[in-house]
Structure formats: structure tokens, C-alpha cells
Design a protein around this ligand. Structure first.
Ligand SMILES: Nc1ncnc2c1ncn2[C@@H]1O[C@H](COP(=O)(O)OP(=O)(O)OP(=O)(O)O)[C@@H](O)[C@H]1O
Ligand SMILES: [Mg+2]
Length: 280
């Protein structure tokens, strides 16, 4: 079975500037992958190449086995750009109908109703886009990306304008899509969100992958703190499974133990560690 998205040694140069310096990235069917990295790292460039909007200088990108940009590849994707602008005079329902025509979806009113429901815009179906808040437009943008039930959904910072309730709703939507087997590449700066929802995380820096793995692999154990009668003792290299032994040894040595905390570094710590230093 081919990956939903497979990027091999992808390079992109803009004149003398290198936006991507040889990136490998895979999103398997039904997988939710978070693409992280500082401003200018190359995240949007990679997504645009996968959509066929930007041509790679070198390397190869395939979407569901078809070359990026081909009709077959474009049929398989749904995309929400980071800086999108829909015609203000359309209402929500008309915008989705337009995208149904563009993608050739035969879902009709039923699909539009379902998508508006999924993003919480049922009551705004007749509202013109120019009268919508930014967050509402972003939710409509997500619905637009889902028209035609794409196999690979690429969302470039889809929650940047959303309030906390809206963000949680999008998280739940992404989990639902995963259950349905849709693959998702999610660009985001919201690390806590990525940590909660993504199966894998890829961190780009200066156009290269600097870290990748499951969120819990990247956010490693940060040691064990034990509150004793003589103060808090920190065991920096210890992990959760070491806690009972540490407590037993302290008690055997005559210490009173009042509490044990297993510290975890967050994905944010791992991210800062990966991108904190300027690229060499
Ligand atoms: N059309 C273009 N012409 C020239 N340079 C470009 C163009 N598009 C992007 N770049 C450059 O390529 C690099 C990567 O940009 P890209 O938009 O992919 O970053 P990003 O990781 O998405 O950043 P952000 O988090 O700010 O969205 C940047 O240095 C940017 O200035
Ligand atoms: Mg970007």
C-alpha cells in the first residue's frame, strides 16, 4: 500500500535562497502528522509542493502513489492554505457548492450540510463570508478542504484564528477523520495541540528535518522528584519505572517520603531543544 504522502529528498530553491534542503517525509494512510518549525522553516513550501502549487527544484513527492501535481494526486487531496481568502459575497453554502463543482463532488446538499455541521456552522449556512468572523472563515475553510472526502488532508495552520472551544472542536474533528482513515498533514505552531492529536511529529528547521517521532518519544522523561523529610531530592536520570525502587531505597535508608513526582518534558521542551540553536 502506498503512503498518502511520500516526499523523497525534496529541495526548493528560490534564487540563491534554499527553502528546502532535502526533506524526506511520509504520511501513511489514516495517520495524523504534525509539521512543526519556526517561521521560514519551509513548512508551507513543502505543503504547496505536495499540492502541486510550487515545483520542487529536486526530489520527488507522491500523493497516494501519484506524482504531486498530477490530476490523480490533486483528486486525492484537500487543502486549506495558511493565507486563504474566499470571495466575500458568497455565503457558506455557496462556497461549499463552488468547491463541490471544482472537485467534481456529487455529495450535493447532504455533503454540504454534513460539513457545515462538522465545523459548527450549520446556523451560518446562509451568512455571507464578508460578514463572518475570522474564526468562522477558518472553520469554513476546513469544511472546504473536506469537500469530496479527500484521502489526504493538508491543513496549513488551520486553528490560528480559533478560540479555545473552536480549537478543541477541530481537534475532535481531526480525531474523527483519523477514525475514518483520512491521512492528515497538519502545520501548526500550537505545540500543545499537536502533542494531543498527532501520531507523529516532524520538526523542520532551515529547510531540513531536525527531529521526528511520536510526541511521547520526543517529550522524554524529565526525572523523578521525591519530597522527603530533608527536602526535595531530584533524580535527573530516573524514569517512571524507577520510582518504586528509589522510594524503597530512601525508606530503607531511614528517610520519610511524602510525595513522588515523575517530571516529563513537554513537546515544547523538545521543540525548543531542536530549534533553539540557530542553524549551522
Ligand atoms: N515565493 C517565494 N519566493 C521567494 N522566497 C520564498 C517564497 N515563498 C517562500 N519563500 C521563502 O522560503 C522559506 C520558507 O518559507 P515557508 O513559507 O515555507 O515557511 P514556513 O515554515 O511555512 O513559515 P511560517 O511559519 O512563517 O508560515 C522562507 O525563507 C521564505 O522567505
Ligand atoms: Mg507557513
Amino acid at each position: 500500500m502506498s503512503s498518502a504522502l511520500a516526499a523523497h529528498a525534496v529541495e526548493k530553491r528560490y534564487g540563491p535562497a534554499t527553502a528546502l534542503g532535502g526533506v524526506d517525509l511520509h504520511v501513511e494512510e489514516g495517520q495524523l502528522v504534525g509539521l512543526l518549525g519556526p517561521n521560514g522553516a519551509g513548512k508551507s513550501t513543502l505543503v504547496k509542493i505536495a499540492c502541486g502549487l510550487v515545483r520542487a527544484s529536486a526530489g520527488r513527492v507522491e500523493v497516494c502513489g501519484a506524482p504531486a501535481g498530477s490530476l490523480e494526486a490533486r483528486r486525492a487531496i484537500g487543502y486549506l492554505a495558511e493565507l486563504f481568502r474566499f470571495p466575500g459575497w458568497y455565503d457558506a453554502d455557496e462556497l461549499l457548492a463552488l468547491h463541490q463543482r471544482l472537485t467534481g463532488s456529487r455529495g450535493g446538499e447532504r455533503e454540504r450540510d454534513e460539513l457545515l455541521g462538522l465545523v459548527g456552522l450549520t446556523d451560518a449556512r446562509g451568512r455571507r463570508i464578508e460578514r463572518m468572523s475570522k474564526g468562522m472563515q477558518q472553520r469554513l475553510g476546513i469544511a472546504q478542504a473536506l469537500v469530496g472526502s479527500p484521502r489526504l488532508l493538508m491543513l496549513d495552520e488551520p486553528t490560528s484564528a480559533l478560540d479555545p472551544v473552536g480549537r478543541r472542536a477541530v481537534r475532535e474533528l481531526l480525531e474523527e477523520l483519523r477514525r475514518r482513515g483520512t491521512a492528515v498533514l497538519l502545520n501548526s505552531h500550537l505545540l500543545s495541540e499537536v502533542e494531543l492529536v498527532c501520531d507523529r511529529v516532524v520538526i523542520l528547521l532551515g529547510g531540513r528535518v531536525v527531529r521526528e517521532g511520536r510526541p511521547d518519544e520526543l517529550s522524554r522523561s524529565g526525572g523523578v522528584d521525591v519530597e522527603t523529610g530533608s527536602g526535595v531530592r531530584h533524580f535527573a536520570d530516573a524514569r517512571r519505572e524507577d520510582a518504586p525502587r528509589i522510594v524503597a531505597e530512601l525508606v530503607a535508608a531511614g528517610e520519610s517520603v511524602y510525595g513522588v513526582t515523575v517530571a516529563r518534558s513537554t513537546l515544547e521542551d523538545a521543540y525548543i531543544e531542536a530549534v533553539g540553536a540557530p542553524p549551522a
